[in-house]
Design a protein around this ligand. Structure first.
Ligand code: FES
Length: 99
């Protein structure tokens, strides 16, 4: 499970933990299982760029977050803010609840 996509949720009034508008990432963590987070790195605010080998990677200074959003390497001081998701298999739709 290495699926990753980024969506322009900032235009939909999504806010990160600091109250700033933020885009959102959605990762696939198993069959029909997804998690969603703000895309803003908690270090200096770069947009995280990929999800590989179970880690969400920030391209700017090498911070890594695990599949629960927890900061596990690099200078990021806090986890990524997570949004609750539900998945409807019949329509293959992921619904993300706004913070
Ligand atoms: Fe992400 Fe610095 S902004 S590691």
């Amino acid at each position: 499970p290495n699926g990753f996509f980024i969506t322009n949720a900032g235009a939909n009034n999504v806010r990160d933990g600091g109250g700033q508008a933020a885009d959102m990432i959605v990762i696939n963590v198993g069959q029909d299982s997804y998690r969603a987070f703000t895309s803003r790195c908690t270090h200096e605010g770069c947009t995280v760029a990929s999800f590989s080998a179970g880690r969400i990677l920030c391209p700017c200074h090498g911070s890594e977050f695990d599949s629960t959003g927890r900061n596990v390497a690099g200078p990021a001081p806090r986890p990524l803010t997570e949004f609750a998701t539900t998945y409807a298999a019949a329509t293959r739709t992921i619904t993300v609840r706004r913070a």
